[in-house]
Design a protein around this ligand. Structure first.
Ligand SMILES: Cc1cc2nc3c(=O)[nH]c(=O)nc-3n(C[C@H](O)[C@H](O)[C@H](O)COP(=O)(O)O)c2cc1C
Length: 382
């Protein structure tokens, strides 16, 4: 399989499946319980249709949008995701460089494998840090301080991982971070020698923000669900979120807001944006999809904060549908993670090229010169 053959997210997924040992592929690809929510996140976009206008003079179009005070050339950005150097040895470096080239934002996770300092010094794209509130308050504060120092533009507090989701594919494959060396995992590494050579002979895998505080995830293998259950602070509440927002002092985002009541509270505590998200179906299976929940979120708070539709995006038309309902931008994980696993930075750039081409072509076919031209008038639910 070649990169030039990857014309859509599904092609990248197939490529990633070949390149990665199966526990790692299924960690990216899998979701919680029966994966009903995971499937619905994308299927929801098929519940409505675009109604185009024509003869609109679309020779030049503008795809830019402004979210969290940042002007982006594309209305789609890279959500923060954990453990990226497991998927490709360049990890966050590759994703950041690709974001830079496409003028879009990218997020790094608290469980990132490249340090805040390195990303701050080497990537000029707008950067968002995704915060997990740890029981160790010193660690949590340290991550925020480091982001201030490194001039990150925005911070997202993830609020939908108060406990770990039940990711049954990980239970079945025995996925841990770092990968545990068992007979089964070694056999799967042996079947993917290129991946294994990179993993064992390049820079040691580590959780760069956490390694000086906790050994879990870097020296001790454990599942991501166990990490959430043992390390994260389950007492986190609105008061804590507000205090972090104040302490951070720059654009602050709540990632994983679903209800209108919570969207209103996000406004009250001073958030600049919400990411309507169910963590890519990886947490509460049976939860509503971001696209299904988008209109009521926009109606409730869209005039006061940026509403971002996170998850399920696999096509340019999905982005257009979310923008038509009033999202300021869309974001996603797997659409670029499969590409990262397939071919590193070149892969992520190809995935972004595909998406940018689709969004541009689809806007022209819709008769839209800028994303402000999109609205509910051009959408019909079946
Ligand atoms: C492999 C993987 C790791 C992720 N790690 C994190 C994380 O560390 N923090 C976080 O807030 N969200 C994380 N997410 C969720 C993404 O930020 C995003 O919400 C989700 O991927 C959106 O769904 P999509 O993959 O369908 O686009 C992760 C998702 C995936 C697939």
């Amino acid at each position: 399989m070649r990169l030039t053959d990857c014309h859509n997210t599904e092609h990248f997924r197939a490529f990633a499946k070949r390149r990665l040992p199966s526990p790692i592929f299924h960690y990216i690809d899998g979701a919680a319980d029966d994966e009903v929510t995971y499937r619905r996140n994308t299927a929801a976009f098929e519940t409505c249709d675009l109604v185009p206008n024509v003869l609109a003079g679309v020779e030049h179009i503008d795809m830019s949008t402004t979210v969290m005070g940042q002007k982006l050339d594309l209305p789609l950005f890279m959500s923060p995701t954990a453990l990226q150097r497991l998927f490709h040895h360049d990890g966050e470096r590759a994703v950041g460089k690709a974001a830079e080239k496409f003028g879009t934002l990218f997020g790094i996770s608290s469980l990132a494998t490249v340090s805040i300092e390195e990303i701050g010094a080497t990537i000029s794209a707008p950067k968002l840090f995704q915060l997990y509130v740890h029981k160790d308050k010193e660690l949590t504060r340290n991550m925020i301080d480091r982001c201030k120092e490194a001039n990150f533009e925005a911070m997202a507090l993830t609020v939908d991982t108060i406990v770990g989701g039940n990711r049954e594919r990980d239970l079945y494959t025995g996925f841990t971070s770092p990968p545990r060396l068992t007979l089964k995992s070694l056999l799967s590494f042996a079947a993917h020698p290129a991946w294994a050579a990179n993993y064992f002979f390049r820079a040691k895998f580590e959780l760069a923000q956490l390694k000086d505080y906790v050994r879990e995830g870097t020296d001790f293998s454990l599942s991501v669900a166990d990490y959430f259950n043992t390390m994260l602070d389950q007492s986190m509440d609105w008061k804590a979120a507000e205090a972090i927002c104040r302490y951070w002092g720059k654009p602050f985002v709540l990632k994983g807001i679903m209800s209108v009541g919570d969207a209103e509270r996000a406004v009250d505590i001073g958030a600049a944006a919400i990411m309507v998200s169910n963590h890519g179906g990886r947490q509460l299976d049976g939860s509503r999809s971001p696209f299904d929940q988008l209109a009521e979120s926009v109606d409730a708070v869209g005039d006061r904060i940026d509403v971002i539709c996170d998850g399920g995006i696999r096509r340019g038309t999905h982005v257009l549908k979310a923008l038509s309902l009033g999202a300021k931008a869309c974001s996603g994980g797997r659409f670029y993670l499969y590409a990262l696993a397939a071919a590193g930075q070149a892969g992520v750039e190809k995935a972004l090229t595909n998406m940018r081409n689709e969004i541009e072509r689809d806007m022209k076919l819709m008769g839209c010169r800028s994303i402000e031209d999109l609205g509910r008038h051009n959408l019909r639910f079946r």
